[in-house]
Design a protein around this ligand. Structure first.
Ligand code: AMP
Length: 300
């Protein structure tokens, strides 16, 4: 599968701890999460200051970096602070740096990729990636408040070209103008994609397709250390799972949403991608089983 998106350096502050110089970016989280299920091709840009240790880590995860450009200048930088309620955060600083001039170009070998995840990136650039993939089987786009606010026409055009869209509850409300998430999910489908996924943080996620609907719980964690990248991890694992089973029907999507939720629940247990780097496939499988156990209701 192919993952395109931001690759950056983050400073993250939570009520308990502050950490600087962390690996961040939508594509970093999504690519590593997807790598548990499928070989990944990475499309993004970094500056000359991007630490080699992260390239080594991507390589160790089997992530192909032919599509990762290195440009003169500094890597994308983001700083954020979480409030006592870790569902709320504010952006303290964004420096686009080399990301500002990024024009995704797929190496020829990437152009026949079947499964494509468009992580957070301007929607016009996400469309540019779609232009370059020859016969994709499944394209999913993630988006965020920043792009809904600043590039709505491009985002609407993109939605007509993708199979699935994924965003969090606040973003679904912002995009549709509808407060009720069931109505908002159906409205997202009306803009083009066959599937819409709305993430609700610690309250799970909703999957919509036609008249069908699936509600997945979130894994009940007592301690969350850093929620950064949970959405990207969710999307990466979801798309990676679909690529691994080679199916894109509603039942496969239901399974994929559980897999995405399981991997995302690990990601928030430590800062940056630290937990993903110690995670094993057996841990993911065990947590997927736990998801089934906590949400199964037998007939009375
Ligand atoms: P999430 O917590 O899933 O919203 O993703 C957080 C990641 O998004 C961080 O690692 C940031 O580096 C990255 N990020 C923040 N702002 C943007 C932006 N405007 N475009 C792309 N990625 C961003």
């Amino acid at each position: 599968m192919l993952v395109a998106g931001s690759i950056g350096i983050d400073d993250v502050k939570t009520p308990a701890e502050s950490r600087k110089g962390l690996l961040g970016g939508s594509a970093s989280y999504a690519a590593v999460a997807a790598s548990f299920f499928s070989p990944v091709r990475l499309v993004g840009v970094v500056g000359e200051d991007f630490p080699d240790k992260y390239r080594v880590m991507f390589r160790e995860k089997g992530i192909d970096q032919e599509g990762l450009k290195t440009e003169k200048g500094k890597t994308f930088y983001w700083a954020g602070e979480y409030f006592q309620d870790l569902n709320q955060r504010r952006t303290l600083a964004v420096e686009l740096n080399v990301f500002e001039r990024f024009q995704p170009e797929l190496p020829p070998a990437y152009q026949d990729t079947d499964y494509v995840l468009l992580g957070n990136l301007g929607p016009a650039l996400q469309s540019r990636v779609v232009d370059q993939v020859k016969r994709p089987r499944f394209i999913m786009a993630d988006t965020m408040d920043f792009y809904i606010g600043s590039a709505r026409p491009d985002l609407m055009a993109l939605l007509k070209r993708v199979d699935a869209v994924c965003m969090n509850d606040g973003e679904a409300r912002q995009l549709t103008g509808e407060n009720n998430l069931i109505k908002a999910g159906k409205m997202l489908l009306g803009h083009g994609p066959k599937f819409a996924v709305i993430k609700k943080g610690e309250h799970g996620s909703l999957l919509f397709s036609g008249d069908r609907f699936f509600s997945a719980p979130a894994y009940p964690l007592e301690e969350v250390f850093d929620p950064t990248g949970a959405g990207d991890t969710f999307a990466g694992a979801l798309a990676g799972y679909l690529a691994s089973v080679g199916r894109t029907d509603f039942d496969a999507l239901r399974q994929a949403v559980i897999v995405g939720s399981a991997v995302a629940s690990f990601n928030v247990e430590a800062f940056s991608l630290e937990r993903l780097l110690t995670l094993k496939r057996v841990d993911i499988d065990a947590r997927c089983r736990a998801f089934r156990d906590i949400s199964r209701i037998d007939e009375a």
